[in-house]
Design a binder for this molecule. Structure first.
Ligand SMILES: [Zn+2]
Length: 247
């Protein structure tokens, strides 16, 4: 565990007052590495909150260049970066915001070719990908390597959040044994909805890393921001899940 410095104590003072949270928990955040897949509307908000909280190392995986229609939700970007790689802009913004942490950009989306190595580096995985293929790929690697995974998802004005703790909770493949058909990469997004689930996902990561609170393992939070209806559903492990069935 890395000891806190006077700069750490000064910067994180207000969260050190939180119930059940103190220097030992802050030091756990400082020593932790979190993999964040995609740093757009959801993952950008999650990454910014983890940078603010002092998670020591953030590994960002995101391919592609910034387009003008990303700017209604991708808060780590700026118009001066149009046409430039998004992950580099996200890393620069996070380093400027918190010089006490390390940010490592990877200009690739997660797939079978890189997922094992990326997940192996992380203490917790934060999945903020819009595609089921990516989410399920990350889920397989996280369960195989026994790494907790926070899954943040949204569509239009609805968001959903769950946490996979391998060995004790259902995994994403229990919920989605096959990829939903006709799922498109482009769908309606308000930045505020994406940011809301990103911030909630960041708190799940902080809870997992420090042991405070109760992560959403075995539960899924569903929020409809159109009506402000929040509900939780209990999730069941699929007895013949091809991913977690044998763990
Ligand atoms: Zn499963």
């Amino acid at each position: 565990m890395k000891p806190l410095t006077p700069d750490d104590r000064a910067r994180y003072e207000w969260q050190l007052w939180a119930e059940d949270f103190g220097e030992a928990q802050q030091a756990k955040l400082k020593g932790a590495t979190v993999l964040i897949t995609r740093v757009g509307g959801v993952g950008g908000a999650l990454a910014l909150q983890l940078a603010a909280a002092g998670v020591g190392t953030l590994v960002l995986a995101h391919a592609g260049n910034l387009r003008v229609n990303d700017l209604n939700r991708q808060l780590l970007m700026s118009p001066s970066g149009l046409g430039q790689p998004r992950v580099e802009q996200a890393a620069k913004r996070l380093r400027e915001f918190n010089p006490l942490i390390t940010v490592e950009p990877v200009a690739e989306n997660v797939g079978d070719h890189n997922v094992e190595g990326l997940v192996a580096r992380a203490d917790v995985v934060a999945c903020c990908a819009p595609l089921f293929s990516e989410r399920l790929c990350l889920n397989r690697a996280a369960v195989r390597q026994k790494k907790p995974l926070v899954d943040c998802a949204m569509y239009d004005m609805e968001l959903q959040l769950t946490t996979v703790v391998p060995g004790s909770s259902p995994c994403l493949a229990c919920l989605y044994p096959v990829e939903p058909p006709n799922w498109k990469r482009q769908f309606p997004v308000f930045g505020a909805v994406a940011g809301a689930v990103g911030c909630m996902g960041a708190m799940e990561v902080i809870k997992l890393l420090t042991g405070i609170g109760q992560p959403a393992a075995g539960r899924m939070l569903l929020c409809d921001l159109k009506t402000l209806a929040f509900r939780q559903i209990q999730l069941r492990r699929h007895p013949r899940c091809p991913v977690c069935g044998a763990t």
